[in-house]
Design a protein around this ligand. Sequence first.
Ligand code: NI
Length: 170
Amino acid sequence: MIREILEYPDARLREVAQPVSDVTAEIQALVDDMAETMYAAPGCGLAATQLGIAQRIFVVDCAAEDEPSQFLVFINPEIIEKDGVQTWEEGCLSFPGVTEEIKRAERVTARALDRSGKPFEIEAEGLLAVAIQHESDHLNGVLMIDKLSALKKRMMGRKLAKAKQEDARE
Ligand code: NI
């Protein structure tokens, strides 16, 4: 089932998500809805908080359009190592129509549970590392606008307003 994605400045995007205590059938159904919602958007990452569900879960698929899917589920994720610096032009399904350059770690090692509740560890770089950091932020109520300078924040506000107007005109 495709669910509604909350858009900035919805207050629910600021909630700090709670750990999942048990990967139940209900959690798996939520994960499946998250995947369907992400692909339909389309986007390369989606956190449960973006659906108004304050649970520590996100999904990502950073494969390019001509590559096979690289779908990953992260339940109770933890970034245990970070290094390097990279800047990526990021987008977010909660900020439709805008992208911003954001500086993050170049490589991360993360630990989480998969859809079946099994623990795994992953080393990521490039876009996948960006996505893991971006989605982990969502679970802490942190949004990409928080990473911008005051000037860029104002510019982003204007871009969002403009994107909304264009959307209304279509
Ligand atoms: Ni996002």
